[in-house]
Ligand binder design. Structure first.
Ligand code: IMP
Length: 501
């Protein structure tokens, strides 16, 4: 007969935190959310790579493209760019993230000199950017001929057929800077000349990118942004256990700082092979693995050198793995089980291997619970899919704004490398995820600020100003089904039905 685990597995909503003494210095302003990302010898060194907030975005087509990665990394977290796309496209996204922070943005709104005002209006609508580079071939790195900014176009007084060269600010009237200039030098030029954007050009006059005044100001608002030694944003990417020999070199070449094997079931020899190969060929690139839900799975990946280990099977909001295959484990139990395994492993070997709670976070307070239960950091899909920066389309359904959110195991994503039961490239033998909508929630930054405010408030109630202390001292209690009802507004007539995430 199969071995039966003694305890039922449980999920986040079945637990609450009991407050600890809040001391006077324990206030939200003093709470620090730094989190270890990769393995290290605790007690002898710090984790070589840390997150400034304990949040990563899911390795999914509907979540982690370059756009969301830039927004999240600027806020202190990290996005794993999805791997269910061609190697070239994924590497291009990694490159886009790495190029971003230097403050020099590759121009994405470009026209040839023969374009007209009609083309200007069309491209502005498509990209949402007002500044257009006019280059000889209309590419982002062509020879720069001039710029069109909102100051150059007084549309009501112009003809749609007017050619850009007749109203652009030509190169000779532009302030430019040479390739290789530092960001702070570029910003000085912007300030000295009172301009809004500064084109950076090569010795041959080709456009490298633009530095915008507004980005300088934004930078001031991003004290948590996650940067590498050259002050570029950190970039992370998902890989699979099939084409890693081709994919990893391309991603590393594009600048990826961290990798993670993306699989619904990580306790496999395929993961061991992938870890071994990456460890041998790219010993300096940290690589996470998973997903697992118990000590055996954790130890297997830890012994093969995983830099961090993801926990969670079947808890994702779009996930139907449990219904389809009957495998998985309640997410709260899985996190606590693997956290205990991590701590035992550390005592035995001296290696502390951070764990990531992946999937199943529904309410903001679930984040605090997952961290209290032992997670070093979190991975979220649904949460980020709701924001402006995610790749899904924003639509109106039944009068409300929604965003598209589809699972990697759905027929839409066809991520056969993640769910490759048949090993064939032609498709999935069966679906393990759904194609759905999530309520649209606005910008990442606004939502994240409110989520982090709640997390800090919870930590303060539990007497903690950092995550290590919180994990060690938090006290959890299980709640009965009836007390869960008590936890929401009850026995009152609500004025408006609203449910906060
Ligand atoms: P969420 O935050 O609850 O939406 O869960 C996101 C997580 O679900 C991802 O990080 C993956 O681990 C997992 N996931 C993504 N796509 C699928 C799928 O199609 N089926 C099952 N799990 C999925």
């Amino acid at each position: 007969m199969a071995r039966l685990f003694e305890q039922e597995s449980r999920t986040f909503s079945e637990f609450l935190l009991i407050p600890n003494l809040t001391t006077r210095d324990c206030i939200p302003e003093n709470v620090e959310l730094r989190a270890d990302l990769v393995r290290y010898r605790r007690g002898q060194e710090a984790s070589p790579l840390q997150l400034n907030i304990p949040m990563t975005s899911a390795i999914m087509q509907a979540v982690s493209d370059a756009n969301l990665a830039i927004a999240l990394t600027r806020s202190g977290g990290l996005s794993f760019i999805y791997g269910s796309q061609s190697i070239e496209n994924q590497a291009a996204m990694v490159r886009q993230v790495k190029k971003f922070k230097a403050g020099i943005v590759v121009s994405d709104t470009n026209l040839t000199p023969t374009a007209t005002l009609a083309d200007v209006l069309k491209i502005r609508q498509r990209t949402g950017h007002a500044t257009i580079a006019v280059t000889d071939d209309g590419s982002s790195n062509g020879r720069l001929l001039g710029l069109v900014t909102s100051r150059d176009t007084r549309v009501s007084r112009m003809e749609l057929s007017d050619v850009v060269t007749s109203f652009m600010t030509p190169l000779e009237k532009l302030v430019t800077a040479p390739e290789g200039i530092s960001l702070s030098e570029a910003n000085d030029i912007i300030w000295d000349h009172k301009i809004n954007q500064l084109p950076i050009i090569t010795g041959d006059g080709n456009l490298v990118g633009l530095v915008f005044r507004k980005d300088y100001e934004q930078h001031k608002d991003n004290p948590l942004e996650l940067l590498d030694a050259s002050k570029r944003l950190l970039a992370a990417a998902g890989i699979n256990t099939r084409d890693f020999r081709e994919r990893v070199p391309a991603l590393v070449e594009a600048g990826a700082d961290v990798l993670c094997i993306d699989s619904s079931d990580g306790f496999s020899e395929w993961q061991a092979d992938t870890l071994d190969w990456v460890r041998e060929n790219y010993p300096d690139i940290p690589i996470g693995a998973g997903n697992v839900v118990d000590e055996e799975g954790f130890r297997y990946l830890a012994d093969h050198g995983a830099s961090f280990i993801k926990v969670g099977i079947g808890g994702g909001s779009i996930c139907i793995t449990r219904e389809q295959k009957g495998i998985g484990c309640g997410q709260a139990t899985a996190v606590m089980e693997v956290a205990r395994a991590r701590d035992r492993y550390f005592e035995e070997t001296g290696w502390y291997i951070p764990i990531c709670s992946d999937g199943g976070i529904v309410f903001d307070y679930h984040m605090a619970l997952a961290l209290a239960m032992g997670a070093d950091f979190l991975m979220l899909g649904r949460y980020f899919a709701r924001f402006d920066e995610s790749p899904g389309r924003r639509l109106v359904v039944n009068g409300a704004y929604v965003k598209e959110y589809w699972g990697e195991g759905s027929n839409r994503a066809r991520n056969w490398q993640r769910y490759g039961h048949s090993g064939s490239e032609t498709g999935l033998a069966f679906e393990e995820g759904v194609d759905s909508y999530v309520p649209y929630a606005g910008s990442l930054r606004e939502n994240l600020d409110s989520t982090l405010a709640k997390l800090k408030a919870t930590m303060v109630s539990c007497g903690s100003t950092n995550l290590d202390h919180f994990r060690e001292h938090a006290r959890l209690v299980m709640v009965s089904a009836t007390s869960i009802v008590e936890g929401g507004a009850h026995d009152v007539i609500a004025k408006e039905s609203e449910r906060r995430a």
